[in-house]
Write a protein that binds this ligand. Structure first.
Ligand SMILES: [Fe+2]
Length: 432
């Protein structure tokens, strides 16, 4: 026999955990494992005033092409209609709520639900109901049943340079306003010419999605946790790098650059600052260093850019490896990282292979990214109790959130949390 579930009023939930500091330099552990918080996030964050990354236009190039994705934990179909326009609809039949499109991707004229064969066109309009009038005038739906009132639920979409975003909310500001200048600039940099997908990776992580959001906004760990990165100099904490935020601090681009030092500025010793850490043997050499050779391709010296867009995706450039990572929410205790690796349409075979070779750095078994999934799980496992205790977010200083010109910082994490609390309606700087 199942237990009765009582719905707690939202007001109580909003005070269940305390953020003692208004700058979000202390995060209560309970925020990561509470299913009520998770449910509220689906409403306030993923269906709130945000643009969620959906797909790339090049993934649905022809009329009828579709991909099944997710916004938060809501299943969504993105497809291209006959007239070439792109649409996003909830993948849930308007009849009994069943999953309509069960393939991950493909091409179709209509989406037909297998349960009772209701079919929907590529704009989400209900176009077919078998036996609507019954048989010989008996059975079927009432005569006044209006198909036009039973479309698939639609999302509002906007695209930028071939990147498709969607929102459930009418309140969401225009996409370029939401992204803000640094992130419009970064997307235009990455998608300055047509792209093509090179492949996908999916990874289940048994940890809360916000721990993954934090990981991406934490340049500090990049030069400590990731031994491969430290050893071979991809991004050391003593190197040139920083973090760029939007005006609200909700997005973050962690970046590192090769060369480009100001005149007279000395190159730090490779192991400067690492003396006591035991991290990285700077004398180890790769037998095949071409794995890490950066082929210059942008009009700047940025070799590593991890642009995290609130709430749950990032556009990454690790050398010449280009990918979009979205960490889809499944429950408070699990997320799935879906990575889309891409290159440019005009890449020659050598460049495409180089991007794929370098892709060994990323993904679930990546020479760099492998540890991130483990770190998320290490935290999630250990914070099962003492939900009123707090983690510390103070590298780079507390107080106002602003751009960082170094990598020993986790300020962008606070930017994420400040915006998150604003959308959730959680008061910060006050005790529970
Ligand atoms: Fe990492």
């Amino acid at each position: 026999m199942s237990a009765l579930v009582t719905q707690e009023p939202a007001a109580d939930l909003l005070h269940r955990y305390s953020f003692p500091q208004s700058d979000c330099s202390q995060i209560p552990y309970g925020m990561y494992r509470d299913p009520d918080i998770y449910a509220l996030e689906q409403e306030k964050i993923f269906r709130g005033p945000v643009w969620n990354y959906l797909a790339l236009e090049c993934e649905v190039p022809k009329p009828g092409d579709f991909r099944v994705i997710a916004v938060g934990d809501t299943p969504v179909i993105v497809n291209r209609a006959k007239d070439g326009s792109i649409h996003a609809v909830v993948n849930r039949c308007a009849h009994r709520g069943a999953t309509v499109q069960r393939q991950l991707h493909g091409n179709t004229k209509v989406h037909t639900c297998c349960y009772h064969q209701w079919s929907f066109d590529l704009t989400g309009k209900l176009v077919g109901i078998p036996f609507q009038r019954g048989v010989n005038g008996i059975g079927g739906l009432p005569a006044d049943f209006d198909k036009s009132c039973h479309s698939l639920q639609r999302l509002r979409i906007e695209t930028l340079n071939g990147v498709i975003f969607g929102t459930f909310s009418d309140e969401t500001a225009p996409l370029v306003e939401f992204l803000d200048v640094p992130f419009v600039t970064q997307l235009k940099r990455l998608f300055h010419k047509p792209v093509r997908v090179l492949g996908y990776q999916r990874q289940r992580i048994f940890g809360n999605w916000k721990l993954y959001s934090e990981n991406l906004r934490d340049p500090n760990h990049g030069g400590l946790l990731h031994m491969f990165q430290i050893t071979f100099g991809i991004a050391r904490l003593n190197g040139k790098g920083g973090a760029t935020l939007d005006s609200e601090g909700k997005h973050n681009m962690s970046w590192a650059a090769q060369g480009g030092r100001k005149d007279g500025e000395p190159e730090p010793a490779k192991d400067a600052g690492y003396g006591d850490t035991g991290r990285g043997d700077m004398n180890i050499k790769l037998r095949d260093p071409s794995l890490l050779t950066y082929r210059h391709e942008y009009p700047d010296d940025l070799t590593l850019t991890i642009a995290s867009i609130f709430p749950n995706c990032c556009f990454q450039q690790i050398g010449n490896t280009l990918a979009i990572r979205q960490f889809r929410t499944t429950s408070a205790d699990e997320c799935e990282v879906v990575s889309t690796f891409y290159g440019y349409e005009d890449d020659d075979e050598g460049m495409a292979r180089h991007r794929l070779r370098m892709a060994n750095l990323a993904g679930p078994a990546g020479l760099v990214s492998m540890e991130d999934g483990e770190a998320v799980e290490l935290v999630h496992r250990a914070i099962v109790r003492d939900t009123d205790k707090h983690s510390v977010v103070a590298f780079g200083g507390v107080g106002a959130v602003k751009d960082q010109e170094n990598l020993v910082t986790d300020v962008p994490m606070r930017g994420f949390w400040i915006h998150y609390c604003k959308l959730m309606g959680i008061e910060t700087g006050a005790s529970a």
